[in-house]
Design a protein around this ligand. Sequence first.
Ligand code: SF4
Ligand code: SF4
Length: 93
Amino acid sequence: MVMPLRIWREPLDADKTKVPRAEIRIIKERCRGCGFCIDFCPKDVLEVSEELNEKGAYPPKVVDETRCMLCNFCQTICPDVAIFTIKKELQES
Ligand code: SF4
Ligand code: SF4
């Protein structure tokens, strides 16, 4: 798996900003187990599951959905359209 360089940072007023929360949906049968969504999630929301799918891959699983900031990067980077997010209500960060 690719080990990304962590270069992002939080703004100084992050505690005063409301951020959208997401429900993360994973279509396990479609996943090829590339790990991109796990490696590039800026909030470490995902990790590899122990569950083998029909393709012989280990799909991601959600570790902590409350950490997700709905950046949609996982959805964008997934080559198999196997993960997507649904926006929930705004909450205090
Ligand atoms: S939407 Fe962003 S923060 Fe949420 S799981 Fe995907 S990559 Fe991580
Ligand atoms: S990016 Fe898509 S195909 Fe790759 S591990 Fe994540 S869900 Fe599976």
